[in-house]
Design a protein around this ligand. Sequence first.
Ligand code: 4AZ
Length: 328
Amino acid sequence: MISIVAAAAAVTGPSTAAAQRRGGGRARSFLSSQKDGALRSDSTAVPEVASIVNGTSTEGPRKYMVGLTVEGSRFPTNCGGTLITPYVVLTAAHCMYFPQYPVWDPLDQVLVNLYNTTDQAGVVRINIQDPSEGGEDIIIHPDYYECCQNTYVNDVALMFLPIGQLADYAQINDDPKVPVVPDPLRVMGWGLTEYGGALSEVLLETTVNYISNEECKEAFAGTPKIITDGMMCAYKDFTDACYGDSGGPLFQVDKDGEIGDRPTQVGIVSWGIECANPKYPGVYARVSYYADWIKETVCSRPEYATKELCGSSKSGKGKSTKSPSYTP
Ligand code: 4AZ
């Protein structure tokens, strides 16, 4: 990932003032990385948000997997996301709007049917209206904040796409008892292929194992980071999500090692310290913890409600008093 980033950084940057402003927005994760001191040694290595280290190619697009970018970006994708209904993308809040830096734009271009960022022939590029333009098509979790040196808390956001002909999507896990240690989980993205390396041109995936929050807290003890109930962690030797994979999915894997056609998303790539560092697991937003917020937010917009998402809830946590407005 980092080497793609370096290559991408060499490409001519945004030319208009607006594009420069947008460029600044996209640089936020780079700035975050700088705060960590992680990438300061190479000023051309400019990852914006965290790909997969030691992954394998998905060999083609995944219908539910989207890339996120913004007009004027030097990078083909800056974050990942998942279609959880035909027209709703689940991603990380830190890929979106930072209220404290209103000049920074969210990633408001959604790339569907993307596999190889250097060959976007079959890609559908969807622009959505972001909050800086007065739009309501990006909803960030109301309790999202960043603390403790790039620790993203409640790192969840939803993007509402124009109603179109997109059809295939993943499902969200709403069962707090899932996953169970040490379940294998699949993460995918176009992020860095090694810490300090380049973004991947093709969609990569890898398998990591779920670890408990207790074990994860121990791993980060002695760092300024915190592990909340809304976070979950996964680790496997030598492989990991990395910068640029943020916002992308962590899926359940079945006993045959498959995720299936409609995979179940248990996590959202959120943060970590470096990538595939044996001391530190990758940290994800825990989808079951946010399932009620996701359902309420999506289901309150009748045109976006689906039977799968809006018909029932297992967790019962934080349910709205409003009934879901799904129309069969
Ligand atoms: C990031 O900042 C990030 N190694 C995401 C995942 C990991 C590290 C950083 C996990 O977007």
